[in-house]
Ligand binder design. Sequence first.
Ligand code: ZN
Ligand code: ZN
Length: 286
Amino acid sequence: MAKEAVLSPLHNLLAPPGLPCLTCGKMISGSEKGYPEICSSCYASIPWIRNLKCAACGRPVGCPDCTREGVPARNFVLNRSAVAYNATMREWLAQYKFRGNEALGPVLARMAGFAAQRMLRELSEKNGGTSRFRFDAVTFVPVSEDRLMERGFNQARTLALEASAILGSPLLPLLERIRHTEKQSFKSRWQRLRDLQGIFCPADNAWDLLQPALYRSVAKTFPRSVFSWHDAMIAETSEARPVRLLLVDDVYTTGSTVDTCAGLLRELCEYWGRTAEVYCLTWARS
Ligand SMILES: [Zn+2]
Ligand SMILES: [Zn+2]
């Protein structure tokens, strides 16, 4: 049977034969399941992270960053990424972020979604496998107002939206960016770390956004026949269960951005008498 005949109508609608590949521009003659917008050779070039070498930061290669003497404790539990940040991935992200190839957003989001699914499986297994691990909320590294005006979107939010749908946890804009820094790539590691101080802060309404999410999540965890809604609310507000948050960004390089943001999320919860566990999901790991 011809390959076209087994594709769903939706699939055909998304990529009618003869459409150019979103990333290389060549005509698509065959594509991979779930990725109709790119050609099969572009799909084949995706450096999926299949084997973790570092359980902390999700790196696919040996990791001096997490094992070096004197590395301060991080504000997040772990990071997981979908792909290694190689030249091809750098190019795809640049096309999306800086060169107006906005249609790439859903493709990158789907890739991050794959990592979110895998992360959920991993955490559920670590949790004893008896119940699905649940994040109370998904949030993302914010961009400044200027950036948002100039680019029209926040790539981290696009990725987080997909993760939120997959994980069944609400997407909440808990953080804000105060001022935007100059291009990171031209700076030394030290300059980058210094610049991150004071550029993020929790949104004014962050706790108001988070509170209903905590109740919703406890209502899903306990069947109503066992715990009444009221008991669940009491248990939720008084006990020491940590607030579990997923923080999403596009690329993990030194980890300083997600670490700063994770620190703020923890401070926010601490302020309201709760401890937080922050997990990070990034599309690419450099
Ligand atoms: Zn292609
Ligand atoms: Zn590491």
